[in-house]
Write a protein that binds this ligand. Structure first.
Ligand code: HAM
Length: 439
């Protein structure tokens, strides 16, 4: 039979990698709770028009990276390429502007972009993002950047990232700046790459972050948006910088940072890996989007947010040799021989687990040797061996797998003996029934 493989650019997240995802999720949940940010999950699929309108028709994402299809009911749908549009749609749809503002939400979900796959660039990618709607103050942007930075510290990668900020102005000052930019490029078109030639017409701001060398040279000479901000945007940006300093967040300004989505106003920022010449080095991107809620049919509502690429975080942590805790290790493997022993063993497994002992048995293997080999491979520190003789004598053998020593204990004492032997801190106990309440 022909082998069926995963779709190009979409990868499985196997158990060892899950440890990194679990750790990141734990950090995110903890920091979001501290900030009063609550989780939201929006559907993976939305009407295509949502992304076209929110992200912008002339962006790379909308022009060529969306997974769009027509369903059986003739609806044009798209697998979400990012999280902001769906969260804003939900904010409007559920009348969240009537809630106390700001409304603070986070998500941890897969996104889909049909980009050219390479290291750190996938077609199914995971993002953790925060969106805060209903507050227009640079202190909010500073706090969002601080939160993203704290998360980098928690993950052990803060010293590897540069926090880069910029302001891309507002509908008052940006169009004037774009005219300056176009004037600057007039007559220099032949020095631009083909993509930038079209950008000059369609999306001139993106000329500034082209990676081609010749385009970069021109971008460095181009007029800077920070020299053309209106008073309101300039004040806003100056305050943001003051607050970042007050929060001790190291940052660098780059007038060339423009981001690839059209909804931003004023603040934009990215966390970029230092000393990494590869193109896929942005682990976090975000900014303010004061016009988006209104643009999608809601009330005039300022908003700001960011998103991390989780796959890139995992890659960065692994490359840096950072090891996350794993709780998947097994304490005990039960080894049994004969039908009576098997019956006792399945019950014993259940009793061990109810005490928080992580225990496994392999009931399909009939030789003690093959079961022992499994215990070895699982790196279980202990094995409990139950053969016909032990069943008859009401005993069980406790084997220390590392030392290779064995002791015979009374079957009735097996639970207290195991609990005495195992480091209690590693037990996996949870009494869920005590956590629930009823109306
Ligand atoms: P973005 O810059 O398009 O922003 O994506 C955010 C992050 O997702 C990137 O910095 C990167 O780490 C990760 N990422 C993006 N594309 C890929 C890919 N193909 N493979 C792996 N990782 C990827 C947004 O999506 C905005 N919604 C962020 C935002 C939220 N702005 C305001 N609120």
């Amino acid at each position: 039979m022909e082998k069926i493989q995963s779709v190009q650019g979409m990868h499985d997240i196997l158990p060892d990698e899950q440890d990194y995802f679990t750790f990141i999720k734990k950090v995110v949940r903890h920091r979001c709770r501290q900030n009063g940010i609550r989780r939201i999950t929006t559907p993976v699929v939305e009407d295509t028009i949502l992304f076209k309108r929110a992200i912008g028709e002339q962006t790379d994402i909308v022009e060529k990276e969306m997974y769009t299809f027509i369903d059986q009911g003739e609806n044009q749908l798209t697998l979400r390429p990012e999280g902001t549009a769906g969260v804003v749609r939900a904010y409007i749809e559920h009348g969240m502007s009537n809630l106390p503002q700001p409304v603070q939400l986070y998500y941890f979900e897969p996104m889909f972009r049909r980009e050219r796959p390479q290291k750190g660039r996938y077609r199914q990618l995971f993002q953790f993002g925060v969106e805060i709607m209903g507050e227009s103050d640079p202190a909010l942007d500073a706090q969002l950047i601080a939160l993203a930075y704290t998360i980098c510290q928690d993950l052990g990668i803060a010293d590897m990232v540069d926090v880069v900020i910029n302001s891309i102005g507002c509908p008052v000052c940006r169009p004037k700046y774009i005219t300056h930019l176009q004037n600057f490029y007039a007559g220099k078109e032949r020095n631009l790459c083909d993509k930038c030639k079209t950008r000059l017409e369609k999306n001139p701001l993106r000329l500034l972050d082209c990676k081609e060398e010749d385009c970069q040279i021109l971008a460095n000479l181009a007029p800077k948006i920070t020299d053309h901000l209106c008073t309101e945007c300039k004040d806003f940006h100056d305050h943001l910088k003051d607050y970042l300093q007050a929060l001790d967040i190291p940052f660098r300004e780059s007038p060339k940072l423009v981001r690839g989505l059209d909804y931003y106003t004023k603040t934009v920022f990215e966390f970029v890996l230092k000393n990494d010449p590869k193109a896929q080095n942005t682990v976090c991107g975000g900014g303010r989007y004061d016009k988006l809620v209104e643009f999608l049919g809601g009330p005039n509502t300022p908003a700001s947010g960011f998103a991390f690429g989780i796959d890139r975080l995992v890659m960065t942590m692994k490359d840096a040799g950072i090891i996350v805790p794993s709780k998947d290790t097994i304490h005990v493997v039960i080894i049994q021989l004969g039908e009576d022993a098997k019956k006792k063993a399945i019950r014993l497994l259940q009793d061990l687990r109810s005490k928080g002992v992580k225990a496994m048995g392999s009931f399909g293997k009939d030789s003690i040797k093959s079961q022992m080999r499994l215990a070895d491979k699982l790196e279980a520190p202990y094995a409990l061996i139950l053969g016909q003789m032990e069943v008859k004598n009401k005993t069980i053998i406790l084997r220390d797998m590392k030392k290779g020593t064995q002791t015979i204990i009374k079957y009735d004492d097996v639970l207290p003996e195991i609990l005495k032997t195992i480091d209690n801190k590693t037990l996996d106990t949870h009494d869920f029934s005590t956590e629930l309440t009823r109306l």
